[in-house]
Design a protein around this ligand. Sequence first.
Ligand code: ADP
Ligand code: MG
Length: 761
Amino acid sequence: MSEPATSTGRLYEPLTAVLGARTAGGLKKLGLETVGDLVRHYPRRYGAPGEMTNIASLRTGEHVTVMAQVRSAQVRSMRSRGGAMLEAIVTDGSSTLQLTFFAKRAGVLRMHEDKLRAGRTGLFTGTVGEYRGRRQLTHPDYLIVGVDADNEDDAVLEASRPIPIYPATASVPTWRIGRSVRTVLDPLTEDDLPDPLPSALRESRSLPTLREALQLVHVPNEDADIRRGRDRLRFEEAFVLQAALARRRAAHADLTATARPPRTGGFLDALDARLPFALTEAQRDVGREIAEDLARDRPMMRLLQGDVGAGKTVVALRAMAQVIDAGGQAALLAPTEVLAAQHARSLRAMLGSLADGGMLGGADNATRIALLTGSLGSTARRQALAEAASGAAGIIVGTHALLSEGVQYADLGLVVVDEQHRFGVEQRDALRERGDRPPHTLVMTATPIPRTVAMTVFGDLETSVLGQRPAGRVEITTHLVPADNAPWMSRTWQRVREEVDAGRRVYVVCPRIDADGDAPQSDGSGSKSPAPGDVRPADGELTLDVGDAVVDDEPEVPLASVAATVEQLAALPELAGVRIGAMHGRLSAEDKDAVMAAFAGGEVPVLVSTTVIEVGVDVPQATMMVVLDAERFGISQLHQLRGRVGRADLPSLCLLVTRAAPGTIAEERLQALADTADGFVLAEKDLELRREGDVLGAAQSGGRSSLRLLRAVRDADLIDEARVAAAHVIESDPRLEQHPALASAVSAWLDPEREAFLERS
Ligand code: ADP
Ligand code: MG
């Protein structure tokens, strides 16, 4: 870890001191508190001078920023209400929009009238209203292009420049941000802006300095400036990120672990002899890689990716077996208690008498599996802890709590983390810092991570891919069902009935737990929604093209909830007599177990659930899934959910019920799911369709350390190049003593926030 970024210098000056309390207060809502924050707040797009907004496409109720030309402006007094009003008409050349200002006296409005001269072009921001059939903005905030300059030359230049459009809020319009940026940027010198890019690297790539680049993106004279500035800043992001990852790898290379070489005639061989199926070639290949890693005296740090149903569990179990053969223990971490219990059950089933160590009738090589969850009674808990501490248990299954202080191991040799996307950098670090000999670590995920993202966020891990699924697996048929099509909905519930009558199980997935409002789910597996009071960096609130305008997120019909859906289904004639269960994150661990057991056993063949069942739940008889309000879920999430069916050789069906209109992006996303079962294709599609700023999730929204310009898919080559360049620098200067600016950028970057994108859960 390097020194924390020095907190002196002009970049750390608070904006209140530079811009005054009022302006700084508005900027604070955007997460901008220092000069450094503000100069790194890049425009999200640029308006071309003279390029008008299509006024006809504005919709009432939208908050918009419109570029238009003033046609007329006139102050008049209002006879009926007293006072005065200014009415201006602006146009894009074909349609018009009215601007209205009210005041007690006409004099107050003269200032506007004087600025809003016919023929001038401006940006106008406000909420589109309607008055007597005409669309209008009332008291819009506005900027007349070129008029707010100090002299005529500046005005002419200003009028011909690309207009930066900043992520903004309704209270701080984009041009106020722009003006603030220029105020703080102008006096900054090269020395005030230490450049994380080593000068040799910068020169070899002919990149501008940081000072120059900021000038280019904030105050471009022409489009080429924007590109030049952005390219350099984007490369810088990739480089800092890769330098951070290269440092982690270098630090990791110094660690020592206990080597756990394989042994013949032991537990692993006994396990292999018991398996009811032949391993696939992919399972064998990956198994070999892992076996080699475990045999080394460096801690393994491996990410195992394999689509749902690829058969990762048996790969993990075989790794655990090798460690047990070498005298060590293995901990298996599941994201939820439900999954931990399920893992314990299925491992015991796979191991049979091999899991009865120390018991009468246990096999020679047998070990024990301890399940350690929060819902255990105190006796059971004490026993599990004792088995972990004494080494009687070779395998300990649980949640993250397994890594807490309270759990002692005789000799922990391997940690397997199932469903990596809930296991972040911090936890990985905590593992490495355990004792003086960190355990080997295998993280598994079914969330397909495109190569570039893997490189970006998990660049400190080696990666294995389990590409091939065990044979005999059936395809899952996926269809979209329009929610407002009554006959189709009825048919949907009939199909559910048919599955139940055939002895199968059906999941019905809802976005919410109960009808009133957003249901936070205790185990973090609900769909994520912004916290109240979250400042959305107005993605779209203030933009020139209406395609981005903020639309009210809430549909008029409430979202399907588990509570309401259970009631509705119970009342349907199609499902008369069918028992329906409810599952969500707010149930106690015992209740969850009981519900899952009743569902798996068939007593309750229909399970209405939130996304708690998203990962890992394995009920082979489940052959159908109905997802309600499917457009509320992410593509990858739906793919995970869908993986809950089609787990045996029974043909399976997934119906995505949606209100998304044909032709919308929401519908396109769902259609992609219907079109392909390939998780990797879907993950790429997901990245492609997600909006700017979303690619790396919450990490985009604030904080000095986040990715701003880099896009995992589009910038793949750039990330590759940066990786090579960063590796060179770290190799010759591992502690970055010669590169203080890079060192502080790297520390700022090493922030758990950056991983948030995988936690959209
Ligand atoms: P995931 O990768 O999603 O965790 P699992 O490990 O749960 O997948 O495996 C899914 C199912 O496939 C399990 O029921 C498992 O027993 C079975 N399975 C695993 N490997 C094979 C194989 N080589 N041949 C047949 N079935 C297999
Ligand atoms: Mg699994």
